[in-house]
Design a protein around this ligand. Structure first.
Ligand SMILES: [Zn+2]
Length: 246
């Protein structure tokens, strides 16, 4: 019963309380993001991003620093400092990595404030301007909280953001071994270019033998090559937003 109620609550969050934005960049945009930040999202992905000369967005939970999540070691503060220093965007993913379905709007706001303070203390007063929903769950009432604090929020529902999109629940594709076989990435890149849309991808671990939620280094390299071949601008989510939002 609880699963059914959560499903209905996710659906309500998705379709209600929409704040539309016209997506209208001069040409298509591709953004890469990594959630939670397993260590390999930096140690394995970082060199690939550098090789391609592109920047990504890392969605951080202060509460996961030095810990474990889904059996994978998570980033240490030094990793976060290094990726920030390298010019990648650090965005917000709540402090405790909890679904918004389990939080009141006030509790969500407190989690965001705690994460903002944690990050500011470690990254020289850095202010996070974009958000990713843990598990992609946007409870009704949560979008208004995100709207007050961030330029935009990203979910995990498949699709290209084009035409009109919900700024507080942008669509994204998963660089996840469980999802990748179902995508025609070359086609999605072409469609993003043709529609002058914004394709956002998210991933977790990056390693050979990835979890169902992660991908291999080759997968990451391929998606970047395809975005370049389609002549998309590759930007972190915050910079992408500035480019696409009319
Ligand atoms: Zn997450």
């Amino acid at each position: 019963m609880q699963a059914f109620i959560d499903k209905m609550r996710r659906r309500a969050g998705r379709y209600l309380d929409v704040r539309p934005v016209d997506i209208a960049p001069a040409r298509g945009v591709f953004s890469l993001s990594f959630d939670d930040i397993p260590v390999t999202a930096w140690t394995e992905a970082g060199p690939i991003l550098a090789e391609h000369g592109i920047k990504a967005t890392y969605y951080v939970c202060g509460g996961l620093a030095g810990g474990s999540n889904m059996d994978l070691p998570q980033f240490e503060t030094d990793h976060l400092l290094a990726l920030h220093e390298a010019g990648h965007e650090v965005g917000c993913h709540t402090y405790e990595h909890v679904s918004t379905l389990t939080l009141s709007p006030g509790e969500l706001d407190a989690s965001l404030a705690r994460n903002a303070a944690w990050v500011a203390e470690r990254l020289d007063d850095h202010v996070m301007t974009t958000f990713a929903y843990p598990f992609g769950d946007a409870a009704l009432g949560s979008k208004a909280v995100i709207d007050r604090r961030f330029l935009c929020g990203r979910g995990v529902r498949d699709g290209i953001n084009s035409g009109s999109a919900d700024r507080n629940l942008l669509q994204a594709i998963g660089l996840e071994s469980r999802r990748l076989p179902g995508y025609d990435l070359q086609r999605m890149m072409a469609d993003t270019a043709a529609s002058k849309g914004w394709l956002i991808a998210y991933g977790h671990d990056v390693m050979d033998g990835p979890t169902p939620y992660g991908c291999t280094p080759d997968d990451l390299d391929r998606v970047i090559r395809l975005a370049k071949a389609a002549d998309l601008d590759i930007l972190p989510v915050g910079a992408g937003w500035e480019r696409v939002a009319a």
